[in-house]
Every structure is written in C-alpha cells, then in structure tokens.
Design a protein. Structure first.
Length: 187
C-alpha cells in the first residue's frame, strides 16, 4: 500500500507531475492491453506484480551507477499515455527502450520467471514486455518534480529495498482502479 499512498500524495502535490487523468490513462492502458491479449484483470495484476519484482533490482542497479535512469524515465514516461499502448506495441521504441534498460539475456530470464509465476505462455509475456515496461516507467515518472529539482518519490518508494511488500505493482493497479471508480461514481 505504500506505493499507492505515495502515488496519491504525488497526485495531491502540485510540485509533482502526477494527476488523476494520468492514473486513469495508465489503468486504462493496462486494461486495454489485457483485453487485447485475452487476460483477465487479476492475471494482469499478477503479471505486473511479477514484473515489478524483476524490475526493482534492475532499476536499483541503474540508480546505483547510471544517472541516466531518470532521463530514461522521462523519455519513456513522457507524453500522452492514452495512445501509448498503440504507439509502443510492436514499435521500435518499445523494443529499443526495453533493450536499453534490460539486456536481452536478462529479458529471457524475466519472461521465464513471469511465466512460472503467472502460468501464462512465455511467448505472450515476451510480446507484452515492450509495452508493459514503458507503462510501468510512465507510472514511476509521475513522481517527478514539476521543476525538475528533487528526487522522484514514486521511483524512490518503488526501489524500497527493505522488501516489506509495499511496492507491489499489481496491488497498486487494484487500488488505483478502486480509487478511480470511487472518483467517478455519481453522488
């Protein structure tokens, strides 16, 4: 829940880039991707949870020695997420972004690990990664300061290394959907 609360804090902070519209666009993109691949919501959340578990150490390593991570987040996370799924699915941007962050041999390990954890076909997961990774990075970019000064609170929370379970992306999506449904319910 820590990541979800950090996201809500970023939405309420005018000094951070997060907004309800961005969150809505993010959850819609994940739902659209799941629908296109015949995956139900709970399976999509399981894929995100597993992906987050594999991405965390990759991003922790990037922040340890590569100051370009926040630049990569800005590059991949910027722009309109509403059309991101369509733009990145099968495009060179999705594949090159994935390759720049995760070397292909490590991608294969991640694909196999997610397949084992979710029961989905490894080929399907391989097709999802070039779209899911930029969506995750778009979410993490929401914690960036509007002034460009200061650290990214969502990225910092996601990289939480005490393994307390507060950084689960699947849970984040579940709570985000609940939050958004409550926001748009007629009074």
């Amino acid at each position: 829940m820590g990541l979800f609360f950090e996201m809500l804090s970023a939405i309420n902070n005018p000094n951070q880039q997060a907004s309800i519209d961005q969150l809505s666009s993010l959850t819609s993109s994940v739902q659209q991707l799941a629908d296109q691949n015949g995956i139900d919501v709970s399976t999509a959340q399981s894929v995100l949870s597993a992906l987050g578990g594999f991405l965390r150490p990759v991003l922790q390593q990037q922040t340890g020695g590569n100051p370009a991570l926040e630049g990569l987040l800005g590059q991949l996370g910027g722009g309109n997420l509403g059309g991101l799924v369509g733009q990145l699915a099968g495009s060179n941007l999705g594949t090159s972004a994935l390759d720049s962050l995760i070397p292909p041999p490590l991608q294969q390990q991640i694909i196999q690990g997610i397949a084992q954890k979710t029961g989905l076909d490894a080929g399907m997961i391989q097709g999802l990664l070039p779209t899911l990774v930029p969506i995750v990075l778009k979410f993490l970019n929401m914690g960036t300061s509007t002034s460009g000064q200061g650290s990214n609170s969502l990225l910092r929370t996601f990289l939480d290394s005490d393994r307390d379970g507060d950084t689960d992306l699947g849970d984040l999506m579940k709570f985000a959907n609940r939050f958004l449904n409550a926001q748009y319910q007629p009074v």
